[in-house]
Design a protein around this ligand. Structure first.
Ligand code: NAP
Ligand code: HSE
Length: 436
C-alpha cells in the first residue's frame, strides 16, 4: 500500500523525539499501521539550528503554510505549541482536508470546540493523545477503555515539571529556581515555564480530561487554577510530619450540584499509591462506576515518552483514514450532538478539607479564639498542633487540619482569623484530599 506522508510542524523536544522514534521503529510501526509512515517535510523557526536528531532527507521550511498547503502531505503533526502560529496552521490544514495530530493542550483546551466542529464538517480526524500526561495513553483509556462507565471522579498529577520540582524540594531540599532550571534543561517545561508553575498547563489538561470523562464541552475558563509558587519548604515538611505529601493535582468531580474543576497544590495521604509518584512521572486516578478506582502511571513529559503518544495517534489515524467519518471515535468521546451542559461549580461551592499554617502570639486563650472562629464557620477541626514551645508573647507556629467544608466557610474563617491581633503574618492554606 502507498506510504502515508506526514508533515511535521516543529522539530523541538517533541518533534525531534517523534522523528527519532519514527526512524528507529519504522518497521514495527508500518507493520502496525499497515502502511509506511514517511515524514516528508518539517517547519521550524531556524533551519540552521543544530538538532540532536538526523534531519537528512527532510525538506525544511520556516513557513508552516508550505506544509499545510502541500497536496502531498496527508497528515499534519503540529508540535509548535501555543495558540498563535499553531492555531492558524491547524485551522488551515483542516480547511485543506488534512488529518491532524497534535500535542498542544493549550490549543485544544482553548480552541478545541471550534477545531473539532470544523474537523467534523470537513471529515478529518484530530488526534491529541500527547496533549495530556505525555506518554500515558489516558485519552484512549478514558475515551475507549472506560466507555461502559459513568465516570465519577478523576485526580491527576498532570504536570511533570511541577511534580519534578515538588519531588526535589521534598526529597533533596533543593531550591525552587534551581530545580525549575533543571526541568527546563531536560525539555519538560513549556516554552514559557510560567505555564507549568502557575498551573495553566495542568488546567489545560484537566479541561480536556473533564470533557472526555463527563461528556461536556471544553471549558478552560471555568477551571479554578493555582500553581506551586506559594508552596513553602516548611509546609512540605509539616505535611510530611503529619503523614501527607503535597502534590499539584488536577481534580474533576461529579457532584449532586454540578462538576468541580480545579487545579491546585494538595495534601494527600502518603499511603495512597499516587502519593509516591515522583519526578517527571504523571499519574491519573479515575473512579468509574462499573470498574471502580484505577490508576494510570507513566512519564508525563520529555522527548520520546511524548513521541510515543504522537506516533500512536499517527498509527490510529492511518488505520482509520479510509473509514467513514461518521463511524470514527468522537473527538471528545461522546457524540458531538450529545455533549451535556452540566452545571460547573464555582470554587466557593467546592467541598474539601484543609491544611493551615498560622503564626500566632504565644498567649493564653489564643487557641480558644481560633477554634471558636472555626466553630462559628461550621468547620470541624481534625488536628491542631503548636510547633515549638515559645516563650510567653513570642510567635509560634500552629498547624491545623480540618474536615471537609465548603470553600466559602473556609474563606469566612480565614478572614476572621486575619482580624485577630494574635494572628501575625500570612496564613498558609492548602486544600487536602483524602482520595478514594
Ligand atoms: P519546543 O522544544 O519549543 O519546540 C517547538 C518547535 O516549533 C521548534 O522546533 C521550533 O523551531 C518550532 N517553531 C516555533 N515557532 C514556529 C513557527 N512560527 N513556525 C515554524 N516552526 C516553529 O517545544 P516542545 O517542548 O517540543 O513542545 C511542542 C508541543 O508539545 C507544545 O504544544 C507542548 O505543550 C507539547 N508538549 C510538550 C511536551 C514536552 O515534554 N516538551 C510534552 C507533551 C506535550 P526551532 O527548533 O527552529 O526553534
Ligand atoms: N510542560 C509539560 C509538563 C509538558 O511539564 O508536564 C508535558 O505536557
Amino acid at each position: 500500500m502507498k506510504a502515508v506522508n506526514v508533515g511535521l510542524l516543529g522539530l523541538g523536544t517533541v518533534g525531534g523525539g517523534t522523528l527519532a522514534v519514527l526512524h528507529r521503529n519504522a518497521d514495527e510501526i508500518s507493520r502496525r499501521a499497515g502502511r509506511e509512515i514517511r515524514v516528508a517535510a518539517a517547519a521550524v523557526r531556524d533551519p540552521a539550528k543544530r538538532r540532536p536528531v538526523d534531519t537528512g532527507g527532510l525538506r525544511l521550511t520556516t513557513d508552516p503554510r508550505d506544509i499545510v498547503d502541500d497536496p502531498g502531505v496527508d497528515i499534519v503533526v503540529e508540535l509548535i505549541g501555543g495558540d498563535g502560529a499553531a492555531r492558524q496552521a491547524v485551522l488551515r490544514a483542516i480547511d485543506n482536508g488534512k488529518h491532524l495530530v497534535t500535542a498542544n493542550k493549550a490549543l485544544i483546551a482553548l480552541h478545541g470546540n471550534t477545531i473539532f466542529e470544523k474537523a467534523q464538517q470537513r471529515g478529518v480526524m484530530v488526534a491529541f493523545e500527547a496533549a495530556v500526561a505525555g506518554g500515558i495513553p489516558i485519552i484512549k483509556l478514558i475515551r475507549e477503555g472506560l466507555a461502559a462507565n459513568r465516570i465519577e471522579y478523576l485526580a491527576g498529577i498532570i504536570n511533570g515539571t511541577c511534580n519534578y520540582i515538588l519531588t526535589r524540594m521534598q526529597e533533596a531540599g533543593d531550591g525552587f529556581d534551581r530545580v525549575l532550571r533543571e526541568a527546563q534543561d531536560l525539555g519538560y517545561a513549556e516554552a514559557d515555564p510560567a505555564f507549568d508553575i502557575e498551573g495553566t498547563d495542568a488546567a489545560h489538561k484537566l479541561t480536556i480530561l473533564a470533557s472526555i470523562a463527563f461528556g461536556i464541552p471544553l471549558q478552560f475558563e471555568r477551571v479554578h487554577v493555582q500553581g506551586i509558587t506559594a508552596v513553602g519548604a516548611e509546609d512540605i515538611a509539616y505535611a510530611r510530619e503529619l503523614g501527607y505529601r503535597i502534590k499539584h493535582l488536577g481534580l474533576a468531580r461529579r457532584t449532586a450540584d454540578g462538576i468541580e474543576l480545579r487545579v491546585h497544590p494538595t495534601l494527600i495521604p502518603e499511603r495512597r499509591l499516587i502519593a509516591s509518584v515522583g519526578g517527571v512521572m504523571n499519574a491519573i486516578l479515575v473512579r468509574a462506576d462499573a470498574l471502580g478506582p484505577t490508576l494510570y502511571y507513566g512519564a508525563g513529559a520529555g522527548a520520546e515518552p511524548t513521541a510515543s503518544s504522537v506516533v500512536a495517534d499517527l498509527v490510529d489515524v492511518v488505520r482509520a483514514i479510509t473509514t467513514d467519518p461518521e463511524n470514527r471515535v468522537p473527538h471528545l468521546a461522546f457524540q458531538p450532538g450529545s455533549l451535556a451542559a452540566l452545571p460547573l461549580l464555582s470554587i466557593e461551592q467546592v467541598e474539601t478539607a484543609y491544611y493551615l499554617r498560622l503564626t500566632v502570639v504565644n498567649r493564653p486563650g489564643v487557641l480558644a479564639a481560633i477554634t471558636r472562629i472555626f466553630g462559628d464557620s461550621d468547620i470541624s477541626i481534625d488536628t491542631i498542633l503548636q510547633k515549638g514551645r515559645g516563650r510567653p508573647n513570642e510567635n509560634v507556629t500552629v498547624i491545623m487540619l480540618t474536615q471537609e467544608t465548603r470553600e466559602r466557610n473556609m474563606n469566612a474563617a480565614t478572614a476572621a482569623l486575619g482580624k485577630l491581633d494574635t494572628v501575625t503574618g500570612e496564613i498558609a492554606r492548602i486544600r487536602l484530599e483524602r482520595l478514594p
